[in-house]
Design a binder for this molecule. Structure first.
Ligand SMILES: Nc1ncnc2c1ncn2[C@@H]1O[C@H](COP(=O)(O)OP(=O)(O)OP(=O)(O)O)[C@@H](O)[C@H]1O
Ligand SMILES: [Mg+2]
Length: 262
């Protein structure tokens, strides 16, 4: 069998202050999956993403990327990009320069980087504002730029932590549709943290529901990846049913008491 994109075995995270952010977590992320992580505040969603990004080292257990250790991440076919809730753009740099940043850090020559940057901005619908500065753009456009900055590295795994949490519902829905198109068309493996169950259902092929104290995986919910993620789906009875099922699972997760582990 093929190695998972990311595999976690018995991963725990206890912070210095004694908080058990992750009780043993086991997870295998398969190529092309769009996984959402949902769960109450403090259940360890961001911590899990940061362990996968190797920003945090696990306190116990093992993480493997494409079946290997972290040293191989970044090589061709094994690239990872992270999009945070805040777009974190450089205010003094135009869109093109902002999006080129990760390529500049790789010391890619400008002639090679230029077309990649413009292509990434095109993909998120910002091809017309290459020379604009962040202050001239709306919140949704800044978020698109932040996504372009992740896409420009041509990631094989995209990690996103509540990227659209600060946006109005209309902008969020539109970006969700575009994200779905980008990720499903490319078969891009994606891990997406959200507080919105509707967003999770709309985007995902698998929704992982987490519970808190200690943070752990409570259950998961599968959605046919072949479904077209568009307005028709959003308005369908199927969508409503899935949201209801997931609401129920989330309620159970919120009230669940922990029985495993010390
Ligand atoms: N660097 C840290 N040091 C100490 N405790 C931390 C640290 N980061 C997170 N925690 C704690 O670990 C637990 C999980 O936090 P985490 O940020 O992963 O939750 P979350 O599910 O992302 O929550 P939210 O939905 O509010 O973003 C919380 O109790 C949090 O206070
Ligand atoms: Mg978080």
């Amino acid at each position: 069998m093929m190695d998972p994109v990311v595999g976690l075995w018995g991963v725990e995270k206890v912070f210095g202050n004694g908080v058990r952010a992750l009780a043993p977590v086991n997870l295998a992320v398969q190529p092309g999956e769009f996984i959402s992580l949902i769960g109450p505040s403090g259940c360890g969603k961001s911590t899990l993403l940061k362990v996968i990004a190797s920003i945090h080292a696990p306190s116990a257990g093992q993480v493997r990327w494409w079946g290997r250790d972290f040293a191989h991440v970044g090589s061709a076919g094994h690239r990872m990009a992270f999009v945070f809730q805040d777009p974190t753009l450089m205010p003094w740099a135009c869109m093109e320069d902002n999006v080129r940043l990760p390529l500049d850090l790789e010391r890619m020559p400008a002639t090679t980087a230029g077309p990649l940057v413009r292509d990434a901005l095109e993909q998120v619908g910002l091809g017309h504002v290459l020379r604009h500065y962040p202050a001239q753009l709306s919140g949704g456009m800044k978020m698109r730029a932040s996504i372009a900055r992740a896409l420009v590295t041509q990631p094989d795994l995209l990690l996103m932590d509540e990227p659209f949490g600060a946006l109005d519902e209309f902008s969020r829905n539109r970006l969700d549709e575009e994200m779905a198109r980008l990720c499903y068309e490319k078969g891009l493996t994606t891990l997406f943290v959200t507080h919105s169950l509707y967003e999770a259902v709309f985007l995902s092929s698998r929704v992982i529901v987490m519970a808190a104290n200690p943070g752990r995986i409570f259950g998961e919910y599968h959605i046919d990846p072949a479904i077209r993620r568009d307005e028709t789906f959003r308005l369908s009875d199927d969508f409503a049913h899935m949201c209801r099922d997931l609401t129920q699972m989330l309620t159970e997760a919120t009230h669940a008491t922990f029985s495993g582990g010390a």
